[in-house]
Design a protein around this ligand. Structure first.
Ligand SMILES: Nc1ncnc2c1ncn2[C@@H]1O[C@H](COP(=O)(O)OP(=O)(O)O)[C@@H](O)[C@H]1O
Ligand SMILES: [Mg+2]
Length: 518
């Protein structure tokens, strides 16, 4: 039987990394909170990603909060999904209460109130600065996912994106996409695309169109457009602290597919634009996915492999990703295997499903000489967790049941007045408030269609002229014949269309000229 001294020694040996670290709490041995057994997470290892799991109400979100607070103090910016709209309290000093005082005493780490610099975003634009993305940057895979397309339909969507790229037609918003889809399925573009990319059946295009319209009817169209969110804005520092950027999705909570996919697209953007940096002393940014099961439920293979790939590769760009979910089994194994830092809060074992999840979770932990992991997992209290992280050599540390420290800021939403002030005082509000409509696929297709129509009219008019000439030569009548009248009308229409088209072309060129893309 191990002794308390051995426990302290083992924990200290495992959890005293070189360099800056995050203090998580004190080890629990034989039911006792041992303040001397300090549990730290190396900043250097945070790009090796992490998982925070546990049943509802066991303390996951507060763990996420206390980690984010310390990252901010270490000048590491943080991005976080605020699912219930109750994380904005970061901006406000926490108030002490007996529970927090007691927690502080037990861990020998007194409660210290503090507030943090916060930026508030939302997808709707109602609860924060609007975050938008262009259809192009969102890409066909993620779009297929939110539109719930089958493989054939997704294939068509990919071909359309490919065509748009080849033809230099920017797809900015959903109108662009709808316009291009119609143009390529029943417009004059149908012949054009069928040669190089295959024919688009009207049934498929009809289904895709209907699904786009459904998204619009849910009031979500404005997520796609410009000005697109510049991910560089996630790297802000303020007053010597990393800014905590919160994406409030409480008003689109019933659209899990949409926001989880949007988040993934942000990660993909980060991945595309950040340079390789290898392993740094501390991460450049840490991303927290609360309620991560929403990301993985019912996901396609393509989607999962995209998540897996981004997570694997983003590490060398200095970005850490932490998933927060009820059961480790919510996360696909290929992703789970890459989450080096694990904080597992209490699990319940009420139902056979619970028991199965518990058994699987236990299997993912190294053997412990101090605990029976399954018993420990079902008996942990609120704000306690079983932890194993990577030490500064990348080796998993000793498993330790930990009594977590309390967060320093308010555990919940900020005062409504403060909330609004943060949004309204942010320079980023001016940057992103208005939607801009640059020349994109919609305008380009309109121009093409106008050219096509004008050419058609020209040919028609020419034919009419020839017919009329033939008739005139046969006729001696001096008054205008019906054919002459027809000829005149056709020429006038042509002239009108021509002028309209030239006007559109000129304004198109002008916008293209004035337009600054990224
Ligand atoms: N580290 C902690 N320090 C202080 N209180 C905590 C801590 N963790 C959890 N709590 C308490 O437990 C409640 C539930 O925690 P929460 O993080 O919201 O659970 P979950 O996200 O797992 O549903 C919090 O509102 C808080 O009162
Ligand atoms: Mg929570």
């Amino acid at each position: 039987m191990a002794t308390k001294e051995q426990f302290i020694e083992k924990v200290t040996q495992s959890y005293s990394p070189k360099g800056a670290s995050i203090f998580l709490g004190a080890g629990i041995f034989d039911g006792e909170i041992v303040a001397a057994a300090k549990v730290n997470l190396a900043l250097k290892m945070m790009n090796r990603h992490g998982l925070i799991a546990g049943a509802t109400g066991t303390g996951k979100t507060r763990t996420l909060q206390l980690i984010a607070e310390q990252l901010s103090n270490e000048q590491v910016p943080v991005f976080m999904l605020d699912v219930k709209g109750d994380l904005s309290g970061f901006a406000q000093e926490g108030r002490s209460n007996p529970a927090l005082e007691e927690r502080g005493q037990l861990i020998d780490y007194p409660f210290q109130p503090q507030s943090f610099p916060v930026e508030l975003y939302s997808l709707s634009g109602n609860k924060g600065i609007p975050m938008r993305i262009t259809v192009d940057d969102f890409g066909p895979i993620l779009l297929s996912r939110i539109l719930d397309l089958n493989e054939t339909q997704a294939g068509v969507l990919s071909a359309i994106f490919k065509y748009a790229g080849d033809q230099q037609m920017p797809l900015v918003d959903l109108t662009d996409l709808k316009k291009l889809l119609s143009y390529l399925s029943d417009g004059q573009g149908a012949a054009e695309i069928s040669d190089d990319y295959g024919r688009i059946s009207s049934a498929t295009s009809g289904t895709i169109l209907r699904k786009i319209v459904a998204i619009e009817q849910q009031g979500l169209a404005h997520i796609f457009g410009e000005r697109e969110f510049d991910i560089q804005d996630l790297f802000q520092k303020m007053d010597g602290k990393g800014v905590i950027s919160l994406l409030n999705i409480s008003d689109v909570q019933d659209q899990p597919l949409l926001f989880s996919t949007f988040l993934l697209s942000l990660l993909a953007q980060l991945f595309k634009s950040l340079p390789e940096v290898g392993d740094l002393d501390k991460p450049k940014l840490v991303f927290f996915f609360d309620e991560a099961h929403l990301l993985f439920n019912g996901a396609s293979k393509t989607f999962l492999s995209q998540v897996e790939q981004i997570i694997r590769l983003i590490r060398s760009k200095g970005v850490g990703v932490f998933f927060c979910t009820q059961a480790a089994t919510d996360v696909p194994e290929t992703v789970l295997g890459q989450l080096g830092n694990r904080v597992q809060h209490a699990l319940r074992a009420f139902t056979p499903n619970d028991a199965e999840a518990l058994r699987k979770t236990v299997k993912t932990y190294p053997h412990s000489e101090f605990y029976e992991i399954d018993k420990m997992l079902t008996s942990l209290g609120t704000g306690q967790a079983i932890i194993t992280v990577l030490n500064d050599k990348g080796i998993p540390t000793e498993v330790v049941a930990t009594h977590m420290i309390g967060p320093r800021a308010v555990m919940g939403a900020a005062d409504p007045q403060l909330y609004n002030d943060i949004i309204n005082n942010s320079p980023l509000l001016q940057k992103y408030k208005e939607t801009v409509n640059n020349r994109s696929a919609e305008e380009i297709i309109e121009e093409k269609t106008a050219v096509h129509r004008a050419e058609g009219e020209k040919v028609k008019a020419q034919k009419e002229v020839e017919k009329a000439q033939a008739a005139t030569s046969r006729s001696t009548a001096r008054r205008q014949t019906p054919l002459e009248a027809a000829q005149k009308t056709a020429t006038t229409t042509l002239a009108r269309e021509g002028v309209k088209f030239l006007g559109k072309l000129a304004s198109g060129l002008l916008t293209a000229f004035l337009k600054k893309r990224k």
